[in-house]
Design a protein around this ligand. Structure first.
Ligand SMILES: NC(=O)c1ccc[n+]([C@@H]2O[C@H](COP(=O)([O-])OP(=O)(O)OC[C@H]3O[C@@H](n4cnc5c(N)ncnc54)[C@H](O)[C@@H]3O)[C@@H](O)[C@H]2O)c1
Length: 353
């Protein structure tokens, strides 16, 4: 199998976990934690990072293998990464750093590169966007560069591109696949919350109210203290849970606070209130404690593999089953098991997208 040539925008904790993961899963006997070691004949170590962009003075100019452990990145190291030969390039800042991040991240003084040209020159096939929540202008700018360069786009965060018809239409017209939006972690708050709500509904109970509170201590959570940047994040997380019942449920979901000593650990509290037989009340309370970035790494490895399969088959526009399986705010919201079934049918060539 030929390599999958990937570009990264935003060399934060998620890029760190993803790059480490492609090195960690080099041998089949280490496949624990993956959906499957080989998907459509592609293994994690077939993913090659060919260029990378950030704005942080502590990361720009460094080899990717070093940059992922620099700046304020604080996800644990679980695998050594040898030098990649890829230096992090200075992208345009635009609205990438909000009120809180601009206090702690110093933008690099290096000149900005021509991102579309760099994408082309590097031979990238797919651009993965890992910018901070609320970077609407910057994300749209990177999506534009992908279109210019003829590169597929995977959007890991909640500025809506794949689930936005006009944007997705532009990728379709350009003959390029687009997947997203906002990666749904492997064992994360969204998939757990969706599953609990669906369980109650499937078992004939009525869900009356629910909330989900999340705290963490990384730059993602620091940035999300800024409520104005959160509108799409709340919508993304809420829409995923809302889709599990055919009736509206009073729901409050979102990032709730920044607790610096948690570092890249994330703690989530889910509360559900409902009624079952004879109007009898039931409540469920769940607490989930995970390390956030590795929780998205395996899912992104699957999203990259699925997008490569689409590229090879000439499929363009919204990758619907892949997005329903890997993302919180896809073009089509589905229960997790149905999304997985449709995605695997696509991988096996039994469904068009
Ligand atoms: N499990 C997860 O961690 C998870 C799940 C779902 C979504 N996400 C989303 O993925 C995104 C990345 O998460 P993260 O934990 O890696 O965040 P992070 O804060 O660790 O990294 C963001 C990086 O983007 C860089 N950046 C800012 N503006 C930029 C610009 N204009 N151009 C290039 N780089 C720029 C920052 O310097 C930083 O290195 C976030 O939006 C997050 O909400 C993460």
């Amino acid at each position: 199998m030929s390599k999958v040539r990937v570009a990264l925008a935003g060399i934060g904790n998620c890029s760190s976990a993803l790059l480490q993961g492609t090195r960690y899963y080099r041998a089949q006997d280490e496949a624990t934690g993956l959906l499957s070691y080989s998907l459509g004949g592609i293994t994690p170590s077939d993913i090659e990072f060919v260029t990378a962009f950030d704005v942080d003075a502590g990361k720009v100019g460094k080899d990717l293998s070093e940059a992922i452990f620099c700046g304020l990145n604080n996800t644990p190291k679980f695998c050594d990464v040898e030098e990649t030969g890829v230096r992090v390039k200075r992208g345009p800042l635009l609205d990438g750093l909000g009120k809180y991040l601009s206090r702690v991240i110093k933008p690099s003084g290096s000149p900005e590169v021509d991102v579309a040209k760099e994408l082309k020159d590097s031979g990238a096939e797919i651009l993965v966007n890992y910018l901070p929540v609320g970077s609407t202008k910057a994300v749209q700018w990177y999506a534009e560069q992908a279109l210019k360069a003829g590169v597929a786009f995977i959007n890991a965060m909640p500025v809506f591109i794949a689930s936005n018809e006009p944007w997705a239409g532009r990728f379709e017209q350009a003959g390029l696949p687009v997947a997203g939006d906002d990666v749904m972690s492997q064992i994360g708050a969204t998939v757990l919350h969706k599953t609990l709500i669906k369980l109650l509904h499937d078992r004939g109970a009525k869900v009356d109210e629910t909330y989900q509170l999340n705290i963490g201590g990384d730059t993602d959570f620091l940035n999300m203290l800024e409520e104005q940047r959160l509108v799409d994040k709340r919508e993304s997380k809420t829409s995923a849970v809302r889709a599990m019942t055919p009736y509206p449920v009073p729901t409050r979901i979102g990032p709730s606070d920044y607790v610096d000593f948690l570092k890249n650990d994330k703690v989530c509290y889910i509360w559900v209130k409902g009624r079952y037989f004879g109007n009898t009340p039931v409540t469920i309370e769940a607490k989930l404690h995970v390390v956030d970035a590795p929780d998205s790494g395996g899912v992104m490895i699957d999203a990259i593999r699925g997008t490569k399969i689409a590229l090879d088959r000439g499929v363009s526009g919204q990758l619907t089953s892949l997005s329903s399986y890997c993302f919180k705010h896809p073009p089509v919201q589905l229960p997790y098991d149905e999304a997985k079934r449709r995605f695997l049918a696509f991988v096996d060539g039994k469904a068009e997208r």
